[in-house]
Design a protein around this ligand. Structure first.
Ligand SMILES: [Fe+2]
Length: 242
């Protein structure tokens, strides 16, 4: 199993506080059946200045520790990038990166709304060969009220990723119900943990996939798995038909 959104790198953001916590998270990931993680610390200028170079350095260090401990998990570099009108400049300056240096970029919207420049930004990124993935749209207040906003971004070429805990009900029944709706409507393409720790923001990937399997069938689960693999290796993500 591949997890494309995760805060396992130590001392970067509100995820793992230190290397010990990263190791504990890695052990939990393996228990869940996860073999590969794209580490996506927040990149939010002025708050979390985790630029590409820093992420790559920390990823290399963590992989070395995991290998020394014989924990069978491979970590790849990425970022969860808070959108801003400076993002293209940040990309040109090599501060922000696509997931594992592929063509997919994980974007975080504010939780309360969808900024009006988002559509334009998605277009501009695609002009640079980057395909945006909207992180956890099911937790965005404005999208919850008006799913058409997400639909427009998907039509314009973006993909979206639902958080496993949203599917299991960790973020409440409204988010759970909305997640189901997004999968059924073909408005999402990926499931990831967005794990921050081993406590209240753990993985829940296995539990989420079990629920998807129960409600929507093994084919849908397989399609999600294939898409995660395609993101990791920069191949084409496919639409889901539920
Ligand atoms: Fe995240």
């Amino acid at each position: 199993m591949i997890d494309i959104h995760n805060h396992i790198l130590p001392e970067m953001d509100d995820g793992a506080e230190n290397i010990q916590e990263s190791i504990e998270m890695a052990r939990k990931a393996v228990e869940q059946g996860i073999t590969n993680i794209i580490a996506t610390p927040h990149y939010y200028k002025g708050k979390y200045d985790n630029d590409k170079e820093k992420v790559e350095g920390q990823t290399t260090k963590l992989n070395q520790v995991l290998s020394d401990l014989e924990i069978p998990l491979k970590v790849w570099p990425g970022q969860e990038i808070r959108i801003s009108d400076e993002l293209l400049k940040e990309y040109d300056n090599n501060n922000v990166m696509a997931l594992n240096g592929s063509k997919y970029m994980l974007l975080e919207l504010p939780s309360s709304h969808v900024p009006r420049y988002t559509e334009r930004l998605i277009f501009d990124l695609q002009m640079k060969g980057i395909t945006p993935i909207i992180a956890h749209p099911e937790r965005n207040m404005e999208i919850m009220k008006n799913p058409h906003l997400l639909e427009e971004l998907i039509w314009k070429g973006a993909y979206s990723q639902i958080t496993a805990g949203s599917i299991t009900g960790k973020f409440g029944w409204r988010t759970k119900r909305f997640s189901k709706y997004l999968i059924h409507s073909g408005l999402t393409h990926l499931i990831a943990s967005d794990a921050h720790n081993i406590g209240n923001r753990g993985f829940q990937m296995r539990e989420a996939y079990e629920l998807v399997e129960k409600n929507m069938g093994q084919e849908v689960v397989d399609a999600f798995h294939v898409n995660s693999e395609n993101v990791l290796y920069g191949m084409k993500v496919k639409e889901l038909f539920v």
